[in-house]
Design a protein around this ligand. Structure first.
Ligand code: BGC
Length: 289
């Protein structure tokens, strides 16, 4: 394990890590075959929406490597077919510069440590269409146009599906009832919109105008938090929540991402904080056809 790599102790009992599973499994270093896969063209539905035992029967034993590529950390975990956690989450700092080559190499190294798996889900912090990167505001600009699904499938020798990171978080979090909005507060500000569990992909609300000529991300991203401090950041977040309620009339708003721990005001009843682990747990939904 490299120096900046850490295994994170989970406090949430729903995501208790089983470290022995990773150790017992062989390293995934098999030479490259070139499976390619893309997200189904049909609507992507959240993990909890009407999944029946029959849906799982053909895929029961499949293990999914779930990858969360972020502006500050690259994380992986193994999930079983039901989306239950099989291994400890691994996390490494995002390399600088955050080029495709450097990040794909980190994912490859973590995948080797995670053990054996059959397929891969990736949350990426930008627009993703059919596995191809359309934007990458907080990573190196050389990501634009990269076919991440194909590149990673070649490196890992397994089929890979890629979606926007906030979309993946949302797929893990929503209840599939009514209009549900997800806002992720980390290095960047991510957002995902669901109608009865069906995703409207690549919302990219973080880059829409919010106030004082600035976007949600400029006002509420990690850089803003560090420069204006927690008190003003919380006031801004309160304003953003009120505005988003008026725009979307959502039934529920979910707040995810590392900076939710900074929230210090009482949230409206229909606003819930979700575990930061959702960015990985939601990955299972990408394999629901
Ligand atoms: C990106 C989004 C992403 C968000 C959170 C933004 O800068 O444009 O795609 O979801 O950061 O990572």
């Amino acid at each position: 394990m490299t120096e900046d790599q850490e295994t994170v102790k989970q406090t949430d009992s729903a995501v208790v890590a089983q470290s022995s599973a990773a150790e017992a499994l062989p390293a995934n270093t098999s030479p490259v075959s070139t499976p390619t896969d893309t997200l189904p063209n049909d609507d992507v539905q959240a993990a909890g929406c009407g999944q029946t035992a029959a849906d799982l029967s053909s895929t029961e034993r499949l293990k999914t490597l779930s990858v969360d590529i972020g502006g500050s950390g690259i994380k992986t975990i193994l999930l079983d077919a039901k989306g239950e956690v099989l291994t400890e989450r691994l996390r490494q700092n995002t390399p600088a510069p955050a080029t495709p080559e450097a990040i794909i190499e980190l994912v490859r190294a973590q995948a080797t440590q995670q053990g054996d798996f059959d397929r891969v889900s990736v949350g990426f912090p930008g627009v993703v269409r059919q596995g191809v990167i359309g934007s990458a505001a907080n990573l190196d600009s050389s990501w634009i146009g990269v076919d991440l699904a194909t590149s990673l499938a070649q490196v890992l020798g397994k089929p890979v599906r890629v979606a926007n990171d906030a979309d993946v978080q949302g797929l893990g979090a929503v209840s599939c009832q009514g209009v549900e909005l997800v806002l992720t507060l980390g290095t960047g500000v991510g957002a995902a919109l669901f109608v009865n569990g069906t995703l409207v992909p690549n919302l990219e609300l973080g880059h829409h105008p919010f106030r004082k000529g600035e976007t949600y991300e400029q006002q509420l991203g990690r850089f803003a938090l560090e420069s204006i401090g927690k008190k003003r950041w919380n006031r801004r977040l309160e304003k953003a929540i009120a505005l988003l309620q008026a725009i979307f009339n959502y039934d529920t708003l979910y707040l995810g991402g590392g900076e939710t721990k900074q929230i210090n005001f009482d949230l409206p009843k229909n606003v819930k904080i979700v575990s930061n682990m959702m960015g990985l747990l939601g990955g299972i939904a990408l394999w629901r056809d």
